[in-house]
Ligand binder design. Structure first.
Ligand code: FRU
Length: 328
């Protein structure tokens, strides 16, 4: 291939400490590997806002063909994304949003709907009219999924006279941010009927606190993400640790697909909203089967690709030998 045919996609990931982000990166790599002319470069901002801005600057300077950013916080990243846009670099925002609409495309699920789904799950899984007490555990306040999940959740709950939110805990997406505050809240109030945590890691943290207080039988916990795999939300629902989780797809594959469409000069949708669904004991097995199949297919693809690579390498070396023989 000619050098001009190779395109570079620069992706700035917010952090890669958790499995949800690892899955996003993996999905991007699998999708990118289907296009031999794509070079995907991933930078990890390590949850550091300043570092994320500097990494976007790097990609602007490098003049990548498409930029993808998964913001840590919405406000601070906005100017440098505008800078990329002004420099003529198409920019895709994934998962957390930026301020305003100066980007090429956004991909992610509707987080307001995720909050609404969690609230509706609570309503439809309790006796109509029965007094209910809830606790909400939020994600990092400056990131858009946190305030959007809250908004959707509160909108639905506030219309129910029999349901009261008796406490809110400001988490930061990680389990450790929940422990102490939830412990002291549970010590000071009557146990709630439900806890809605903005992701499964914090939901797991809530369950551990509930267990230490012998409250796992009386409190039902709902999380978000619904990751597949050993410690993912789907498994937590299967083990009855969570009553439910609301699926939050990573969008990794979709972001790369959008990038390839942009590179091909196609028109793309500006807002690409991914589907979400509540996973509870009713559909958890179906979901798990579905993910198993998908995973199997991805593994097959990865295996086939490595076979092709090997064959190509053998072919190249045979070709080389042939050329030497011809010269001799
Ligand atoms: C992963 C994560 C997810 C959450 C998302 C929100 O880093 O914390 O658990 O759903 O980010 O942006």
């Amino acid at each position: 291939r000619e050098q001009e045919d190779i395109y570079t996609i620069g992706f700035v990931q917010a952090m890669t400490t958790d499995n949800w982000r690892k899955e996003m990166n993996r999905a991007m790599k699998v999708e990118a590997s289907m296009h031999p002319n794509l070079n995907l470069e991933i930078k990890d901002a390590h949850n550091d806002v300043e570092r994320q801005i500097a990494q976007v600057e790097d990609f602007i300077e490098k003049r990548v063909d498409v930029l993808i950013v998964s913001p840590i916080q919405s406000v601070p990243i906005t100017p440098v994304i505008e800078k990329a846009m002004n420099a003529g670099i198409p920019t895709i925002v994934i998962d957390r949003k930026i301020e305003g609409s100066n980007y090429t495309a956004y991909v992610g699920a509707n987080n307001v709907e995720i909050g609404e789904n969690a609230a509706n799950y609570i309503i439809s899984n309790s006796t109509p009219g029965k007094e209910l007490k809830l606790i909400e555990i939020t994600g990092l306040q400056a990131s858009s999924p946190a305030y959007e999940r809250s908004r959707g959740f509160r909108k639905v709950i506030s219309k129910q006279e029999n349901i009261e939110v008796v406490g809110t805990i400001a988490g930061d997406w990680e389990k450790t941010s929940v422990n102490k505050d939830l412990q002291s809240l549970l010590d000071s109030i009557e146990a709630p009927d439900f806890i809605f945590a903005h992701n499964d890691r914090m939901a797991m943290g809530a369950w551990e606190v509930a267990r230490s207080e012998n409250l796992t039988d009386s409190i039902q916990i709902i999380g978000v993400d619904g990751l597949f795999g050993p410690s993912g939300g789907i498994q937590l629902v299967k083990e009855n640790i969570l009553a439910a989780t609301v699926l939050y797809p990573t969008g990794g594959a979709e972001a790369i697909k959008l990038a390839t469409q942009l590179l091909a000069g196609d028109n793309i949708e500006k807002n690409n909203i991914l589907n979400t669904v509540v996973i509870d004991k009713v559909n958890v097995d179906i979901m798990q089967n579905q993910f198993n199949k998908m995973n199997q297919q991805q593994n097959d693809i990865e295996q086939q690709q490595s076979v092709i690579k090997e064959q190509l390498a053998t072919y190249n070396s045979q070709n080389y030998l042939l050329k030497i023989m011809v010269v001799l």
